[in-house]
Design a protein around this ligand. Structure first.
Ligand SMILES: Cc1ncc(COP(=O)(O)O)c(C=O)c1O
Length: 408
């Protein structure tokens, strides 16, 4: 019997730690724990009736094609609907610029596989989306993180890093950003910075990876054009866009799409052929129907109101239970599903997590959102899943728990 399986794994996998927060989530089975940890959309916002109707019809009319293999690149009806979906956001693409993915995580995986060799540099924010870190980590790159600012990524910081690497004869492979309601911080990149980032990309020839799961979830303030659309106004070709239906529609169907220059999309489609072949036809049919016949714009309006109300409740309760003396600060997002809390440096939120569970509340310790050199006194809070009453209780429990750890 083979005993030393680990030694037989590929070099990429031997060094791969996987998603460390999965192990923490396994501790949250107690129903009394109010979890602010996951990134789950609320089932209250699921279009259950609409999905049942369309699903019944599709199975009735097209069951054979639903049960069959389908095009690698994506179902034509979905590609057509995506073209119109993006057009409403000032992005003009054709089928050649789109590959359907089996969700945002798959889109990140395709991008990592396409661009990264071991040791290649990825420029990103500190903190950044943990799922992107694990997806890219599979290729063993080097992460170069720059602290995010109130108005989004630190573009000057990126420039300085590029120059430092340039002096060593190295160049980052791409810059990964989540400009709208960033996961995990909730912060949004200003228009000025989006333009500066494009200038940077053009000057140094470094592609931008724009990940946009939350773009339609704006609760206050004005929409800022996507980096993809700004680049396109000036000729385009520097940005790859990552989208998922997970937050806007539902995560269970696992459908998303990547957009970009034709060479990039063709190469991603080739990788997809070798990794999942095609995304499930049924799931793509449901997403096409979401875009075309489930009242998407009305749904988005309802989500904005529903999640925006929850965010307000959360922020108001934080003001009440976290007086200045506690030394706790938090971001005030204009949209999305998350905010970012920084506690006094004496607290390690990974340890605090276990204390918090005893207080029946959970969050994600901030260290998992750093490619390197984590800030251990931080945490990500999700406000979309718990009810408003639960959010209030959760803030009270969190305040109690943090107080118990401070030497005030
Ligand atoms: C920034 C970002 N990108 C990608 C994803 C992955 O999305 P999906 O659940 O569709 O795989 C998420 C999910 O939370 C996310 O926040």
């Amino acid at each position: 019997m083979i005993q030393d399986w680990n030694n037989r794994f590929s070099d990429n996998i031997k060094e791969y730690g996987g998603y460390s927060i999965g192990k923490l989530f396994a501790l949250l089975s107690d129903p009394e724990i109010i979890s602010l940890a996951g990134g789950l959309p609320s089932p209250d916002m699921f279009l259950k009736h609409e999905l049942r109707l369309v699903s019944g019809r599709v199975l009735e009319e097209n069951i054979e094609s639903v049960m069959q293999y389908t095009a690698i690149k994506g179902e034509q009806a979905l590609l057509d609907a995506i073209v119109r979906f993006l057009d409403r956001d000032n992005i003009q693409v054709t089928d050649e610029n789109i590959v359907v993915t089996s969700s945002g995580q798959h889109g990140l995986d395709l991008t990592g596989r396409l661009f990264l060799n071991p040791g290649d540099i990825v420029l990103l924010d500190r903190p950044t989306f943990a799922g992107a870190i694990v997806a890219f980590q599979m290729q063993r790159p080097e992460f170069a993180g720059i602290d995010i600012q109130e108005d989004g990524s630190d573009i000057e910081g990126f420039r300085e890093k590029i120059d430092i690497f340039g002096a060593e004869g190295r160049k980052p492979k791409f810059i990964y950003v989540v400009p709208d309601f960033h996961n995990p911080s909730g912060l949004t990149m200003s228009l000025e910075k989006r333009n500066s980032l494009i200038d940077l990309s053009r000057k140094y020839g470094i592609p931008i990876l724009e990940d946009s799961p939350y773009r339609d979830f704006r609760y206050r303030g004005d929409t800022i054009p996507s980096i993809y659309s700004l680049d396109q106004e000036d000729g385009g070709g520097n940005v790859i866009g990552l989208y998922t239906f997970s937050k806007l529609f539902c995560p269970g169907l696992r459908v998303g799409f990547n957009i970009g220059p034709t060479d990039v999309i063709e190469a991603m489609t080739n990788i997809k052929e070798g990794n999942i072949l095609n995304s499930p036809k049924y799931n793509q049919d449901m997403c096409a129907a979401f875009l075309t016949e489930m009242g998407m714009e009305e749904h988005i309006r309802k989500c904005r109101k529903y999640y925006g109300d929850k965010l307000n409740v959360f922020l108001t309760t934080m003001e009440e239970y976290f007086p200045d003396e506690l030394g706790v600060t938090w971001t005030k997002p204009e949209g999305g599903l998350f905010l970012w809390v920084t506690v006094p440096e004496e607290i390690d939120t990974h340890k605090l997590f276990y204390e918090a569970i005893k207080h029946k509340v959970a969050f994600v310790p901030g260290d998992v959102f750093f490619g390197e050199n984590p800030a251990r006194n931080t945490m990500r809070i999700n406000f979309s899943f718990a009810s408003k009453d639960q959010l209030v209780t959760a803030v009270k429990r969190l305040a109690e728990c943090i107080r118990s750890q401070l030497s005030l």
